[in-house]
Design a protein around this ligand. Structure first.
Ligand code: PLP
Length: 471
């Protein structure tokens, strides 16, 4: 399978190439040159299969030429076996007459990001060993919360990989910080940056845009612009739809959305032949996507802090992948839109593109008050304790979906990751699962750096955790 950039100027790469590269060198995002389609019979054959078995059927066409079948099977078995603490890996919980939560929080860091990052960690290991390079892969990322811990958990102790994870000092929750900084392997370096999340992201971007530095340390990205992450997330659309009757029954999804990675995976699942009636983009009050659907204009409008912080974004980086399809895969048109976004903070879709967008998706914006209300209602009516991100999705499903097909909301985080919001909504503090109950007793380790590109580059060049680093 070949992958091409949405901006049309970077070279086409195979799966190994896009996995190790992350962002295309022309600033675009890699997408498959063509989308594989599964027949109704192939989808029907998934009934009764394990998560790893279905993952093999879904993922195989995307990695042909880069990963041997037996290796893929082994990696999927390792990733979706014992690492997830539920035998169904991604179980469905019924929470209404025609409503289901797809629980994606049974992985090691309690958010859906484990599904993709655990597999990405396997691929990094596999490709670096195969290419027998003596140069380590350097992962650099910025996190406002869930990505950092999931990426660290997926790469800790891996021989050929080192990871530097930036977070804004004092601005991530205690659970989120502890999940990152209590990891003791020497290939993990947590960096608290004196600044905001935007400062952290700007630093990461500056490092990636310095192509000499990028090559010198063999830099790669783990944020959701990495195609392998999107690919891994396609699988649970198949497992859940098949469990509820696909391909002989249509289903709809509501997806708590930030960077548009998770819901874009649903869009690909539909392209692959899964009968999805509607995909709902559920946003909190940072609603650039909901506004775009309504007005056809994609316009930046600042960020405000909400009870669902993992969706507090100004722009959604994966949306560029959808735009690429909306404009008929015309890379020059994508470049024109992205230039306008950079210079004036906005661009407008054509009538046709807007109409197509609305045909594929619905969208709803759910503010904090509505989030707390629906968490409270769910708890009273069913006893279900929902985290605030998942609740945004559930409320949007109620607003946007009115057909007879099953409504599946992606439950993207475990409620114990956001204890304050849960207590505020239902008066009960959710408990961390047993394997994490001592999280607050584990010692932390991180370094602090100013928001300064050269200080960061100097530290990265020195490699993994050093004795001279302050503990
Ligand atoms: C990352 C995250 C999201 C947003 O997912 P995107 O793929 O960025 O749209 C939603 N909920 C939780 C809990 C997350 O960690």
């Amino acid at each position: 399978m070949q992958y091409i950039s949405t901006r049309g100027k970077a070279e086409a790469l195979d799966f190994a190439g896009v996995t190790l590269t992350g962002l295309a060198r022309d600033g675009g995002l890699y997408v498959p040159a063509e989308i594989p389609v599964l027949s109704a019979d192939e989808i029907r054959s998934m009934r009764g299969m394990s998560y790893a078995e279905i993952a093999f059927i879904v993922i195989k066409p995307f990695v042909v030429g880069s990963v041997k079948d037996a290796d893929l099977q082994a990696m999927l078995g390792d990733t979706y076996g014992d690492v997830f603490r539920h035998s169904a890996t991604a179980p469905l919980a019924q929470v209404g007459v025609n409503d289901w939560y797809l629980e994606l929080f049974h992985g090691p860091t309690l958010a859906f990001k484990d599904f993709a990052l655990q597999l990405l960690g396997q691929f990094f290991d596999h490709f670096t060993k195969e290419h027998a390079s003596d140069k380590k892969l350097t992962i650099l990322g910025a996190t406002s919360g869930d990505t950092g811990s999931a990426a660290i958990e997926a790469t800790r102790g891996r021989e050929n990989v080192q990871i530097f994870m930036l977070h804004p000092k004092g601005r991530v929750s205690d659970v989120q910080r502890k999940q990152m900084t209590t990891v003791r392997e020497d290939n993990v370096v947590n960096i608290a940056v004196d600044g905001t999340f935007d400062d952290c992201q700007a630093l990461v971007k500056a490092c990636f845009n310095d192509l000499a530095f990028r090559d010198q340390v063999n830099l790669t990205a783990v944020n959701s612009i990495n195609w392998a992450r999107v690919m891994a997330q396609i699988v649970y659309y198949f497992t859940s739809a098949v469990a509820l009757g696909a391909p002989d029954r249509r289903v709809s999804y509501s997806v708590p959305t930030g960077n548009f990675g998770d819901i874009f995976a649903g869009y690909i699942a539909r392209q692959m032949g899964l009968p999805i009636a509607k995909l709902v983009i559920a946003t909190n009050s940072n609603d650039i996507l909901a506004r775009t659907l309504k007005t056809g204009r994609y316009a930046m409008d600042g960020v405000s802090a909400t009870l669902s912080p993992s969706m507090d974004i100004q722009i959604s980086s994966n949306f560029e992948r959808l735009i690429f399809d909306l404009v008929g895969r015309d890379a020059d048109q994508v470049q024109t839109y992205m230039d306008a976004l950079n210079t004036s903070g906005a661009f407008s879709l054509s009538e046709n593109e807007s109409a197509h967008l609305r045909e594929l998706f619905a969208a709803d914006q759910v503010d904090d008050t509505a989030t707390l209300n629906i968490m409270h209602r769910l708890y009273k009516e069913t006893g279900y304790v929902s985290d605030p991100h998942s609740a945004v999705g559930f409320q949007a499903a109620q607003t946007c979906l009115h057909g007879a097909e099953p409504k599946i909301t992606l439950a993207t985080a475990h409620p114990a990751k956001f204890p304050e919001a849960v207590r505020q909504a239902i008066g009960v503090t959710p408990e961390l699962p047993a394997h994490m109950s001592d999280l607050f007793d584990r010692p932390e380790r991180m370094i602090t750096l100013p928001s300064d590109k050269s200080a960061l580059m100097t530290r990265i060049t020195k490699g993994g955790w050093l004795n001279g680093d302050n503990p």
